[in-house]
Write a protein that binds this ligand. Sequence first.
Ligand SMILES: *Cc1c(COP(=O)(O)O)cnc(C)c1O
Length: 399
Amino acid sequence: MGKLFEDTARRFHDYVMPTYKPQVMFVRGRNARLWDDDGNEYLDFAAGIAVCSLGHCNERVAAAVSEQSRKLVHVSNLFMNELMPRLAEKLVTESGMGGKVFFCNSGAEANEGMIKLARKYGNATGRNEIISMVNSFHGRTLATLAATGRKKYRQGFEPETPGFKQVPFNDFAALKAAVTPQTCGIMLEMVQGEGGIYPADPGYLKAVRALCDEKDILMLCDEVQCGMGRLGTRFAFQKFGVVPDAVSMAKAIANGFPMGALMAGAKFGDVLTAGMHASTFGGTPLACAAALAVQEAFDRDGVLENCEREGEFLRRELTKFAGKYDFVQCVRGMGLMIGLVLDRPAAPLAGLLMRDRMVALTAGETVLRLVPPLTITHEDSELAVRKIGAALEKFAAEV
Ligand SMILES: *Cc1c(COP(=O)(O)O)cnc(C)c1O
């Protein structure tokens, strides 16, 4: 590691709160490739944690951001901005949900808005409890932490925000038993990301939908990670044929430009009204320009088709490793949201890959999480399979 890294690491240590422990510094990126400060090239199967879904420095997004940044960046939501309703219209039309959108800046903020939407609606009839799932992840703000089904993230930040409880995912009997006359929302990820790449059962989602209809409960889908094309459809729910009442989005929505969004279905589009909810930076012309460019890429560049094709290839090839090594249990996931499930911690395997200059994430304890750009070339998919194969061989020799 060079002097630039050392200087930067010292400055980081002295001045940045120690919530992260970065070991490598990237200085440049292009689609699924990254370069560090020493000029080493990496294959990137993390995509900034499922954010840069159109690859690093996507030309369409770069042009849109650059152009808009010279025209108008931010005027606040006290004024009309041409791009925000345009983006909202695009999302509503593509989703088929027929509702309305609120823009913000992150996944946690989108989920906060979704929780507020459900409470506002529910409180009108005396209900304000939300049921979420064990192993879920919804963000790091206080309410989204309360919704997150992993206690360790909440420890030390007591008192806990009331009004939340968790039930096991994909267990309809447990969910039904947990519903009370206070329940106003059921919140879930269609494919759990941080928890370990667990897809919902389609039958389970249909049953949840029917339960929500019967009890006038909002079905709240956190699509922050599994949405925006990651599963091969623009919205994750489109893969399952179940339409939720509200969807939260962020991560890939503007390919790395910070943005979050909350979309409510037709029945709930006017629940939050003037003065009830707001965000200074929500939906700036600049952020909307980036997000519109992402939508245009979906329309014109065959992104979703590529995601389906490469996802299928990767899942098929990776499944072969489950037959070859005892410690590889299976491959889970859909589209390009893929988990290689081990019977032991996956972090050392991610470490081996990093040494071979491939960036991959873990999820849960035992899952190697692969979320490459949806624009990945077939050559890069093949290279990834070779690198993972080599890493598994080393891993097998070590264990
Ligand atoms: C990343 C993530 C969040 C939180 O998003 P932030 O932008 O970090 O606040 C929420 N839900 C899911 C499913 C996520 O993957």
